[in-house]
Ligand binder design. Structure first.
Ligand code: KIV
Ligand code: ZN
Length: 521
């Protein structure tokens, strides 16, 4: 490997990904994801937008303190107070970076009402200020792919002259296509003085489904940093997916001889965790990390794979940390076996947690003959999402439905320690059960999403249920898993309400309502 073929992976799951409506993560979840990104070899972690809220500031500061290897970056608009606040947060890192940006296309220049010269002056002032604070500065001309080429060259040159060490070229609205993405990087490398001494980054959104292709095309043209998110999380159609670009570079190294520092065996673990904490499940046929990505359903495929796996498989499941689908455990399995299986699946559990998980595992094994890896993952995610300290705790649920009558649910739930029971009718079992929750804990949150997935095959499979609620601009998600779909639904609903209750009271690190807009420059 020569250094000129090293591609830096810049993960923005915690900033651009978290900006996706509904994907808000708690403070503790952000720290956990950052730790996983650091462990898997991500070069730069964009940990948040420090001036956006107290919560973002606290998360970026703490991630900066905790990171061992990755550069920790914060986002700042082209305003001096933003940049100062960003520096205050990232300065604790072993390797801090300030990322400052301004929209340079005609449409974006109109927002702060700056003409070309005024904007150039603002860029000069803000990049110089950032560089005086930190020797690692990234600058982005937002909506670069719709910016006039001459003006783009002019402002990139200014940013380099003022000390930017990385220039990111965002395709903010997912408008570009691979050839154009490559041409733009080539043009900048050819025309801008000083371009040879800095790193060009590519930041693609997926509105036309071309984010991965556009990022790879930019790399082939000379970009050496890819900005991406786990599972492609992000606003609208999301960002370039980390797992896609990293695996594309690995599998097609023959035609794209570029290297990253990512330990690809950690991909599946972080993908599952991000799906869980963001409340955005991964689509089944998603490249690399989708449930079906390594499944071979049709007879012809199965026959071919059995004879030679390379017939239909271009990468091995183990490469992304997927252990072969197998029956993991049964009701006679002991604690030590459970601990070692969980470790194999990427869950490092302490003694106390093991005790709790073992009880849940035994209860599941009583109801379900075969426990698969996926069952254990769902169980771990459920126990992380629904703890004994919650305000609302579902105790007992009974539902009667069918026979042409409205469904009737009876629910016992502890509300701040006091157990109450209620019976309610509804339009089907889920509606009746949710009506019980609403009767025991009245609220004005609106249900934005209710989603059920079967964890494994078979009618005794566990269901994982995701619920997303919105109240006064605050969004909270809840998730739960159970072989009883209605019970999982109620637990997920109560889980989302629990998170909303916490957020209502919050002014500190988890206060997630962003106070400012990215576009007010
Ligand atoms: O998409 C975009 O333009 C961004 C910038 C802030 C880099 O996310
Ligand atoms: Zn973006």
């Amino acid at each position: 490997m020569t250094d000129k073929n090293r591609v830096y992976i810049f993960d923005t799951t915690l900033r651009d990904g978290e900006q996706s409506p509904g994907a808000t993560m708690s403070h503790a979840e952000k720290l956990e994801i950052a730790q996983m990104l650091d462990d898997m070899g991500v070069d730069i972690i964009e940990a948040g937008f420090p001036i956006a809220s107290e919560g973002d500031f606290a998360a970026v500061s703490e991630i900066a303190r905790q990171a061992q290897n990755s550069v920790i970056c914060g986002l700042a608009r082209a305003q001096l107070p933003d940049i100062d606040r960003c520096w205050e947060a990232v300065k604790h890192a072993r390797r801090p970076r300030i990322h400052t940006f301004i929209g340079t296309s005609p449409l974006h220049r109109a927002i702060p009402n700056l003409d070309m010269d005024q904007m150039a002056e603002r860029i000069e002032q803000t990049v110089t200020h950032a560089r005086n604070l930190c020797d690692n500065v990234q600058w982005s001309p937002m909506d670069a792919t719709r910016t006039e080429h001459d003006y783009l060259c002019r402002v990139v040159e200014i940013a380099i002259r003022c000390g930017a060490t990385t220039i990111n070229i965002p395709d903010t609205v997912g408008y570009t296509a691979p050839r154009e993405s490559a041409d733009l990087i080539r043009m900048l490398l050819e025309r801008v003085p000083g371009a040879d001494n800095i790193i060009f980054a590519t930041h693609c959104h997926n509105d036309l489904g071309m984010a991965t292709a556009n990022a790879l095309a930019a790399v082939e043209a000379g970009a050496r940093q890819i900005e991406c998110t786990i599972n492609g999380l992000g606003e609208r159609a999301g960002n370039t997916a980390l797992e896609e670009v990293v695996m594309a570079l690995k599998v097609r190294h023959d035609i794209m001889p570029f290297d990253t520092g990512i330990d690809t065996t950690k991909i599946m673990g972080i993908s599952r965790r991000v799906a869980q904490v963001s409340g955005f499940p991964v689509q089944f046929n998603k490249a690399i990390v989708g449930k079906n990505a390594f499944l071979h359903e049709s007879g012809i495929h199965q026959d071919g794979v059995l004879k030679n796996v390379e017939t239909f498989e271009i990468m091995r499941p183990e490469d992304i940390g997927l252990t072969a689908a197998n029956i993991a455990m049964g009701k006679h399995s002991g604690r030590a076996a459970l601990r070692s299986k969980l470790a194999e699946l990427g869950f490092d559990v302490g003694d106390n947690q093991l005790k709790d998980v073992f009880v849940r595992f035994k209860a599941l094994a009583d109801r379900k003959k075969e426990i698969f890896d996926e069952d254990l993952i769902a169980l771990m995610q459920d126990s992380a999402a629904n703890t004994g300290d919650d305000h609302l705790q579902v105790k007992h649920l009974r539902v009667v439905c069918g026979g042409g009558e409205p469904a009737l649910a009876s629910l016992s739930m502890a509300v701040d320690g006091e157990e109450k029971t209620v019976e309610m009718h509804g339009d089907g079992p889920v509606d009746a059960a949710f009506n019980c929750v609403n009767a025991l804990f009245p609220h004005k949150a609106v249900l934005q999403l209710y989603q059920v997935h079967a964890v494994t095959e078979g009618t005794d499979a566990q269901a994982t249920v995701s619920v997303r609620l919105e109240e006064d601009g605050r969004i909270a998600t809840g998730q739960a898993a159970d072989t009883d779909t209605i019970l999982a639904s109620v637990k997920a609903y109560a889980g989302a309400l629990n998170r909303l209750i916490v957020r209502r009271a919050m002014t500190g690190p988890d206060a997630d309502a962003k106070q400012i807009s990215m576009y007010s420059h």
